[in-house]
Design a protein around this ligand. Sequence first.
Ligand SMILES: NC(=O)c1ccc[n+]([C@@H]2O[C@H](COP(=O)([O-])OP(=O)(O)OC[C@H]3O[C@@H](n4cnc5c(N)ncnc54)[C@H](OP(=O)(O)O)[C@@H]3O)[C@@H](O)[C@H]2O)c1
Length: 260
Amino acid sequence: MARMLAEKVIVVTGGTKGLGRATAAAAGREGARVVVGGRDEQAGRETVEEIRRSGSEAFFVRGDLRRVADCEALIAAAATHFGRLDGLVNYAGILPASPLTETTEDFFDSVFDLNFKAAFFCCRFAVSAMLKTGGGSIVNVGSTHAYGGDYDRAAYACSKGALLTLTKHIAINYARRHIRANWLTMGWVATPGELDHRRSEGRDLRWLEEVAAKVMPMGRLQTCEDNVPGILYLLSDQSSQVTGVELHVSGGYFPRGSVE
Ligand SMILES: NC(=O)c1ccc[n+]([C@@H]2O[C@H](COP(=O)([O-])OP(=O)(O)OC[C@H]3O[C@@H](n4cnc5c(N)ncnc54)[C@H](OP(=O)(O)O)[C@@H]3O)[C@@H](O)[C@H]2O)c1
């Protein structure tokens, strides 16, 4: 059977952890050639080995995407090595908490530098590359917080809101050049980043599961596996007429305030 992403060249930012790693591995199983972005070399190697075991090509590009030069180098590595770029998944991000009234300038910058500025410049370089080879597909990993956000996620929510606007901007302005941009609202997943954040609050996986059972309309946390199929679909030619959509994989959940 033909594989969904056969021969496509796909960059995944944050391909070292959580949904980024799961997406990179699944794209490899679907025949994509994958460029894995991140800072953690050991984790990057593990993702690459997993992809190679499935018979696809992959390599890791180490970089701190808060630096625009590293965003450019990541995208350039795909175009130079494989001669083209067909897909970009912007997953790299952080989830720190701060209410609006306690947010400092440094905190704000740390959230926006990765969650929005890095994604913006990865899109900027990816669109330039895709224009040269006839199009492509960008998937920005979003959050329910983009639609207002919990009390303690002011900067985070706004960073994701800006990312949603960027997604629409690309969808509207580059459809004629066959570049698509879509948004996947990732549900609540016990990723390494989410677990670290909750541990810093003195909580653990069990707390997450108990709260999710109460507040999530469908009664549980989501998993990476819940989110991966939507991303693969949006990267693939099966969605060739789909752009500017918000695909919610959040079990029916939208924040209406604190989950306390
Ligand atoms: N977890 C959830 O419930 C949830 C829900 C909605 C949306 N999200 C979104 O998921 C994304 C990841 O969040 P998470 O904490 O859940 O994920 P995670 O699985 O812990 O992964 C975070 C990823 O970001 C990369 N990263 C962090 N700082 C970086 C930097 N300066 N430069 C390059 N890469 C960097 C990490 O790579 P290295 O460690 O290799 O640097 C890692 O691969 C964010 O965009 C977040 O908005 C998460």
